[in-house]
Design a protein. Structure first.
Length: 661
């Protein structure tokens, strides 16, 4: 009791959250000797704990301890006891201990306030954390950064400060103070560029403040920071937050929202039978894929392959392997032709085993790949066969998938626009009656096909209506890839009717949605399409870069090989590099002409005409336009045919009779 009374009278205060400082009754106690300050700092970091002489010597001198280290330590302790009082710094059987009463050490007070804060509601939590953070006067123990023991201790204290700061920001975000926090968080991410939680808080603050574009730009900065510094992508929590912001997930508006998703927990409820578990992992992987979670889908499907192989389940193993091969196109850039051949071999295996479920998967991959290779008519027929087989098995999921893929093939292949519209509208109505489209994103693909067809028919308002509806549904469902696809389709519809500015705006938005995603198929194709639009709009700088990026990632597949050549041809022609422009344009034209994608072919020919015009070849330009009109007329693309006829009417009569050089 006497010692406690004496210390109350002495009123000692110790501060380590900043430069080391000791005060008695409000007045500073001078501790000039560096070794004394280092010893005191070490003891305060272990306040009320006994520290042995050997540990103190090891911490203070390290491997270079002189023979006189023990005597020197005792001298330093003696000097400190004279300054602080013998009841404050004591020796016991184990070593030395500094006694600190409640309220005397700022670190103890900081930790107590932080602990209390976590038990409070947001308003009181924020207040206590602010009080705790106010105890900090700068970098901790700043006068002893080179002492061997100080490095990990300083790092520990700085981590505690950062964690408390992040917790305070979380509390204030819950209080709706996002606008006030944005500036502070912007400074913090510059200071701590590898702190994912702070990046996420800034993104959330910007988004809640109505600045979605800035929030997305912030993620791109974070992505670059992690890629440049660590060679890795941001963690799953930050990627999930990015995805939620992209689709404007309503959960982000919840004041108690926390960064972090728990979809993986679903795996914990999988059945225990090896066969059932393999099938469930396979289905879980497909569910992840349909919601845009390609990376986690891969992990689940790889696990399904291992489990199925162990259980001797060839059907699940082959289906999962086929999907993994499909994903390799997107992630590793595997050729679509190689994958088509693999899917055809898989079809034969499934048919031999009379495995209807496996055959449906193989057929789906085949008709999807055929469409991507510019063989839309083959894809449409194969999709129809797949739909009929699925209907026989009462497999509504595969039937719906086949029908919507047939719709896309009808929209882009040689089937006339009017006939394709009739079939797609009938398909949509019949599917709604049978509830074929629910609960999946399949109707979005059907709406995309209709949007393109309406635009080709010159019904741009109808096209906008169905595509905006698809965009809204993709956003509400949190479907990132569908949102990007539907946004792109809006741009493509505007491109079909010649609205370049609107086409560029929508395609830019779609590109931003997938800019940081690992994808070797859709993203480069989107970049190629956008590059063509920008090149036609005379924005050659960005067009060139996008086209070069697309060319660099291309694996030789049909559409992309045409697109980057089209874009670079327009750029070269604008720059006066006419020989290179015509060479690229002719290559694109030859590749497009072997496909049955008539509107795509017409667009390629229109751009070829533009290249010829810029290079002074009026005859060649006219010939390309005449071929474009023929392609559009064969398709029934009213918008394209009218636009090209208008261009032809302005050409000189002599030019119409010419032939390309």
């Amino acid at each position: 009791m006497g010692r406690w009374y004496g210390r109350q009278m002495a009123a000692l205060q110790f501060r380590v959250l900043g430069p080391l400082e000791v005060r008695r009754n409000g007045s500073p106690v001078a501790i000039a000797a560096p070794k004394q300050r280092a010893l005191l700092g070490l003891l305060l970091l272990h306040a009320n704990e006994s520290v042995s002489q050997d540990e103190l010597i090891d911490q203070l001198w390290g491997d270079r301890a002189p023979p006189t280290a023990r005597a020197s330590l005792q001298n330093q302790v003696y000097a400190l006891r004279k300054l602080l009082g013998p009841s404050t710094l004591e020796r016991d059987a184990r070593g030395y201990m500094i006694h600190v009463e409640p309220g005397e050490l700022d670190l103890d007070l900081f930790e107590r306030l932080v602990t209390e804060a976590h038990r409070c509601e947001p308003k009181e939590r924020a207040a206590k954390l602010r009080e705790a953070l106010a105890l900090w006067r700068g970098p901790p123990l700043v006068e002893s950064p080179l002492e061997p023991f100080m490095q990990p201790e300083i790092a520990r204290l700085e981590e505690a400060w950062l964690t408390a700061l992040e917790s305070r920001v979380d509390a204030e975000l819950a209080l709706g103070l996002h606008c006030d926090l944005a500036s502070e968080l912007t400074t913090l991410v510059e200071r701590y560029p590898l702190r994912e939680r702070i990046w996420g808080q800034l993104m959330l603050a910007l988004y809640r403040g109505g600045r979605q574009a800035d929030a997305l730009a912030t993620y791109r900065r974070a992505h670059h920071a992690f890629a440049d510094e660590l060679g890795v992508e941001p963690g799953v929590d930050l990627r999930e937050l990015h995805r939620a912001i992209l689709v404007q997930d309503a959960a982000l508006d919840d004041s108690e929202h926390r960064i972090g998703w728990t979809l993986e927990r679903a795996a914990a409820i999988l059945p225990w039978s090896p066969h059932e578990r393999a099938e469930s992992l396979y289905e879980y992987g497909l569910a992840l894929y349909r919601t845009g979670e390609t990376r986690r889908a891969l992990s689940s499907l790889e696990a399904a392959v291992r489990m199925a192989a162990a259980a001797g389940d060839e059907s699940v193993e082959d289906r999962a392997r086929l999907y993994l091969s499909y994903f390799s196109q997107w992630i590793q850039g595997t050729s679509q032709l190689e994958f088509l051949a693999e899917a055809e071999r898989a079809s034969e295996r499934f048919e031999e085993r009379s495995d209807g479920k496996g055959l449906a998967v193989a057929l789906r991959h085949r008709y999807q790949t055929l469409s991507a290779l510019g063989r839309a008519d083959e894809a449409a027929e194969l999709a129809l066969r797949a739909a009929e087989l699925a209907a026989e098995r009462d497999d509504s999921v595969e039937e719906a998938a086949a029908l919507v893929n047939r719709a896309g093939a009808l929209a882009y292949g040689s089937t006339s626009v009017e006939r394709a519209i009739r079939e797609c509208e009938e398909m949509l109505e019949a599917g709604l009656r049978r509830e074929l489209w629910s609960p999946s994103p399949n109707p979005l693909r059907l709406l995309a096909a209709l949007g393109s067809l309406y635009a080709q028919a010159g019904r741009i308002e109808d096209a906008r209506s169905v595509l905006h509806r698809a965009v809204d549904q993709a956003r509400e469902g949190g479907l990132l890839w569908f949102l990007a696809g539907m946004t792109f389709d809006l741009g493509a519809a505007e491109f079909i009717v010649g609205n370049l500015a609107e086409a560029a705006r929508h395609m830019h938005s779609a590109h931003a949605l997938v800019e940081t995603e690992a994808d070797h198929v859709f993203k480069p194709q989107l970049a190629g399409e956008l590059a063509c639009v920008l090149a036609l709009s005379a924005d050659t700088g960005e067009a060139r870069q996008l086209a070069l990026d697309a060319r660099a990632i291309s694996t030789g597949d049909f559409a992309l090989e045409v697109l980057w050549r089209r874009a670079l041809a327009l750029v070269a022609a604008s720059d006066g590099q006419f020989k290179e422009a015509r060479l690229l344009s002719d290559e694109a034209r030859a590749r497009a002409n072997v496909s049955d994608l008539l509107t795509f072919r017409g667009q390629t020919l229109e751009e070829a005409a533009r290249v010829r015009e810029l290079s002074g070849d009026a005859v060649g330009a006219t010939t390309a336009l005449e071929e474009a009109v023929a392609a559009y007329q064969q398709k029934g693309n009213v918008a394209g045919a009218q636009r090209v006829r208008s261009r032809l009417s302005g050409a000189r009569p002599t030019a119409r009779r010419g032939r390309p050089r």
